[in-house]
Structure formats: structure tokens, C-alpha cells
Design a protein around this ligand. Structure first.
Ligand code: SAH
Length: 216
């Protein structure tokens, strides 16, 4: 049996590891220090909450790997006045981190249960600038568009057209693309006056973006 780990020591190691994986933006690190991942990981996998690995959540989904959450947040270059759309609420971890960095987060998931549980998390952290909704995020959120930033935390074969259309000029979208059961590529899309510029960030592995609403 290993010794129980002191929580502040554990947090220090967690942040140190994030830095070693390239999460260097002090605002992102600060947000990840304040939003404790341990609160989002309950039950069986509780003792692995600070490991740099995705973990199972209800509805057959996953809470993303912390270093990937950090790198995606950093790549999104969120500003304090931004309106952000997240597709794939999941546990609510990514949305909670974003909420500390921008003006308002709209987050959607196709599973009602996940949205309800994520809303409890937002209350726990006293976050009042997140609107969580049950919706098929592959269509975006037309009634709140356009967005300064869009983050997709499930893999699509291509960046969904409605999401590209709902990005402001000058806006940034981060989205994993590729076949769902293979390694995918995280891409960053910037919208300019004349079109879209794409750059590849790294290889990742996400659950698939599925059209339509879930059963629960
Ligand atoms: N960002 C999450 C991890 C998300 S896992 C976190 O921080 O924990 C991916 C999520 O995308 C799953 O919860 C899944 O239900 C959701 N999803 C998949 N396809 C979707 C779609 N078309 N619309 C909305 N959500 C979708």
C-alpha cells in the first residue's frame, strides 16, 4: 500500500505535470488550480482524478485528459470578454475552466443526465456564467451565435459546417478531427475576413461526436 498523498502535494504535482506537457499559460494554470478535477471524478476512479488520463463518466462518456484540456484551453486563447461555445459538456470540467477565463460559456451535450450533473458542479464552484443545455451540438447553437470561440470535445470526421458558420470573424475554434476509433488530430481553425485557416496541433483521442440526442 502506498502512503496517502497530501492534497497540496498532489495539486503541486498535478500542475507541475501540466507544465511539463506544455501547458504554460499562467491564466490556464491558475484556472486549472482553482477547478479541482477531484470534484468531477466520483466513485470507482476517484483515486485517479489527478492522473493525466481520461476517465469514465456516466452515459459511456469520458472526462478528458487534463493535459489535453489545458492545451485545448491554451490553444483557444480565450479573452475575458469572449462568448464561448463548448460542444460536449460531459462532466463539466472543461466548461468550468473556461468560465474563469471568459465572459460566458454556452455548453451543450446530447445526454440530459450529463447536463444535469454538470450543472450541479457549476453550482458547487459558484460559477454563474455558464449556460448548459441538452442539444445536438453538431448543429451549433444558432440562437446564441456568433461565438468568439468554439471548442469541440468530441471527434468529428470534419469540422461541422454549422460550427464554422457560427464562428465570428477573428474567432478561433479547436476541434479534434478523424475517425472515432482511431487517433485523431486536434486542429485549430481561425476565421478571417476571407475564409478559414487551419493548423494541426497534436494527436488526440476523443469519444465520437454523435448526431441527435441521447437516450438519457
Ligand atoms: N468536455 C468534457 C468531456 C466530453 S466527452 C469534460 O470536460 O468532461 C464528449 C461529450 O460529447 C460526451 O459527453 C458526449 O455525450 C458529447 N457529445 C457527443 N456528440 C454530441 C453532440 N452531437 N452534441 C452534443 N454533445 C455531444
Amino acid at each position: 500500500m502506498s502512503e496517502p498523498v497530501d492534497p497540496s502535494e498532489q495539486k503541486m504535482r498535478f500542475l507541475f505535470h501540466l507544465r511539463s506537457r506544455g501547458v504554460t499559460d499562467p491564466r490556464v494554470l491558475d484556472a486549472m488550480e482553482r477547478i479541482d478535477r477531484g470534484v468531477f471524478v466520483r466513485g470507482h476512479f476517484e483515486d485517479r482524478a489527478y492522473d493525466d488520463t481520461p476517465l469514465p463518466i456516466p452515459c459511456g462518456q469520458t472526462i478528458s485528459q487534463p493535459s489535453v484540456v489545458g492545451l485545448m484551453t491554451q490553444a483557444l486563447a480565450v479573452g475575458p470578454r469572449d462568448k464561448v461555445l463548448e460542444v460536449g459538456t460531459g462532466s463539466g470540467y472543461q466548461a468550468a475552466i473556461l468560465a474563469l477565463l471568459c465572459r460566458r460559456v454556452y455548453t451543450v451535450d446530447r445526454h440530459r443526465r450529463l447536463v444535469a450533473e454538470a450543472e450541479e458542479m457549476f453550482r458547487h464552484f459558484g460559477l454563474t456564467n455558464i449556460t448548459a443545455m441538452v442539444a445536438d451540438g453538431s448543429r451549433g447553437l444558432p440562437e446564441q451565435a456568433p461565438f468568439d470561440r468554439i471548442i469541440v470535445t468530441a471527434a468529428a470526421e470534419d469540422p461541422p459546417g454549422p460550427l464554422l458558420a457560427q464562428l465570428k470573424i477573428g474567432g478561433i475554434m479547436v476541434v479534434p478531427v478523424g475517425q472515432s476509433d482511431a487517433v485523431q488530430t486536434l486542429i485549430r481553425v481561425r476565421r478571417s475576413e476571407t475564409g478559414y485557416d487551419y493548423d494541426e496541433l497534436r494527436q488526440v483521442r476523443f469519444v465520437p461526436l454523435v448526431e441527435g440526442l441521447g437516450q438519457a
